[in-house]
Structure formats: structure tokens, C-alpha cells
Design a protein around this ligand. Structure first.
Ligand SMILES: Nc1ncnc2c1ncn2[C@@H]1O[C@H](COP(=O)(O)OP(=O)(O)OP(=O)(O)O)[C@@H](O)[C@H]1O
Ligand SMILES: [Mg+2]
Length: 271
């Protein structure tokens, strides 16, 4: 079997005397979406930050496309094809939509300037709302539009993998549905994603496989379709009725076909 696009092995990390990640193993195969789920404080965001290189690993390894990047800078990981959408989105409020997108494309612009215009057009095709608001400061966007901008900023550099932390947080249910539509469209193009979500229903609809994290340890890793109510109840603290509802939804999802090419632009409308 070929190696996964992202391979995390025995990852340990923490702050001061406190260990947060106690030896995490994780594989993200190319073209798949892996969802990380866990209660508040389980270490989900720290895990993404260690993978992205913004928090150092104490031990263990992170390999991207066969290359060990454990000791490389976050910038170099971006150049190698890793994009990180941090929790809270962190768009630059005083910069316009287009300036935010330029920041996301800095590695691409340095590498291949002519590709930048092409990628920008593709992001605007995927997120027509961003095209309409290209000259507006990001602070004036709605929460949903800022979420789209954060995702667009990650996609513009044509990454191999996107690490995305709680994209649905703080959004109204109808906006969460819009965002889900966008991410499903992006996923159908074959983009590889490592997704952290508190909204389990949203996260499970996007993920091919799930990794349940409990106090910095992986307690389940496998197909979302094999996730049972008991595990959801035990590790995520969701009630039995919700877990039942979620596992029924999973059965329906697993029958959906996937398209292979990730080059074609997805067009989705967001309101
Ligand atoms: N910079 C830091 N310094 C010290 N402790 C930290 C730091 N960042 C995170 N922690 C601690 O690490 C633990 C895991 O935090 P993390 O942000 O990964 O949780 P999470 O699973 O993402 O939770 P949530 O669902 O609330 O976002 C928490 O106990 C947190 O207080
Ligand atoms: Mg978090």
C-alpha cells in the first residue's frame, strides 16, 4: 500500500511541563478528508498547529508526501503544499478581500507568478461572493463570508493538503449549510483535507474517516461509516438520540460518488 499524503507518527507536544499530545498517529490519504473530533481541550487545535509547524513537536514525526517536515518552518511547509486555516479564521480585517487572498498566495507568487492570476480567478469562480466583495475590507464581511475567505485564502496556493480548524464555529445554521455546500464541492474535486469540527453532524458529512481524540490520545481511527453510537456517545459526549441520528446519516453519505479530478473549478453560490 502506498504511503499516505500526510503521515503523523508518535507525535508528542505540549507547553512547559504539560504534555498535550501523547504520541498521536494519523494518516491522511491523498484525496481523502479525515475529521478529527474530540471534546474541548482534547488537543485538536494543538495537533493541527504541530502539523503546520507553528507549535514545535517534542518527538515523533510529520511527513508530507514522503518528506519529513517535522523540523522545517511553517513557511517551508506552506511551500511544500500545506495550508492551515486556523481556529477563529484570522482574516486580516483592515485588508481587502483580494489583499487577504494575495497573502495566502505569497508562496505561489514567489514560485510561479503567472499561476497566481489563474488561481485567483479559480477562487473567485468557487466563491462568487468573494469576487463581488474583492475591494471590501475583510472586517466588513459577514461571518460566513469571512469563513469563505479563510478557506479561499488556503486554496489559492493550490495546496496538496488543507488543515482546517472548526470552519463552522460561530455561524448561523443556514450559513453552516452554505459553507458545507462549498466544502463538499471542494472535496468532490479531490482535495485532501484534515478537518477539526465541534459540529459533529457537519464534520461527519464531510469526512471519509474519523479520528477521535481524547486528552491528547487517539481513541478511534477509521471509516466514518463504522463509527457506532457507542463510540460517539462515549468519546464525544453526544446523547444517544443524536448519535443514532448521526450514524443513520452516515449510512446515507457513504453511497455518494466522488469525482476524481481536482483541477476543475467548483462553482457554488453562497448567500
Ligand atoms: N499556547 C498554549 N500554552 C499553554 N497551553 C495551551 C496553549 N495552547 C493550548 N493549550 C492547552 O492545550 C490543551 C488543548 O488545547 P486545544 O486548543 O488543542 O484544544 P481543542 O481540542 O482544540 O479544544 P476546542 O474544541 O475548545 O477548540 C488545552 O488544555 C489548552 O489549554
Ligand atoms: Mg480548538
Amino acid at each position: 500500500m502506498s504511503a499516505a499524503l500526510l503521515e503523523v507518527r508518535g507525535l508528542r507536544a505540549g507547553f512547559g511541563a504539560q504534555t498535550i499530545l501523547h504520541g498521536v498517529d494519523l494518516d491522511v490519504p491523498e484525496g481523502k478528508v479525515v475529521g478529527i473530533f474530540g471534546l474541548n481541550g482534547a488537543g485538536k487545535s494543538v495537533l493541527l498547529k504541530v502539523i503546520a509547524g507553528v507549535v514545535p513537536a517534542w518527538s515523533g514525526s510529520v511527513c508530507l508526501a514522503g518528506e519529513d517536515v517535522t523540523r522545517t518552518s511553517p513557511e517551508r511547509r506552506v511551500q511544500r503544499g500545506m495550508a492551515h486555516v486556523p481556529q477563529g479564521r484570522q482574516v486580516f480585517g483592515s485588508l481587502t478581500v483580494e489583499q487577504n487572498l494575495r497573502v495566502g498566495a505569497y508562496a505561489l507568487r514567489r514560485r510561479d507568478k503567472s499561476r497566481y492570476d489563474e488561481r485567483l480567478a479559480q477562487v473567485y469562480e468557487t466563491f462568487p461572493k468573494l469576487a463581488e466583495r474583492r475591494r471590501q475590507p475583510a472586517v466588513t464581511l459577514s461571518g460566513g463570508e469571512q469563513a469563505m475567505l479563510a478557506v479561499g485564502r488556503a486554496l489559492i496556493g493550490d495546496p496538496k493538503i488543507v488543515l482546517i480548524d472548526e470552519p463552522s464555529a460561530g455561524l448561523a445554521p443556514s450559513v453552516v449549510e452554505d459553507l458545507l455546500g462549498v466544502l463538499l464541492a471542494v472535496r468532490s474535486l479531490g482535495l485532501t483535507m484534515l478537518l477539526v469540527e465541534q459540529n459533529i453532524r457537519f464534520g461527519l458529512r464531510l469526512s471519509d474517516s474519523a479520528c477521535l481524540l481524547q486528552r491528547g490520545r487517539v481513541v478511534y481511527s477509521g471509516d466514518t461509516a463504522s463509527l457506532d453510537q457507542e463510540r460517539l456517545g462515549t468519546y464525544l459526549g453526544v446523547g444517544r438520540l443524536l448519535a443514532d441520528d448521526l450514524t443513520k446519516g452516515l449510512g446515507a453519505k457513504s453511497t455518494q460518488p466522488r469525482r476524481a479530478s481536482r483541477r476543475k473549478a467548483a462553482t457554488v453560490s453562497s448567500t
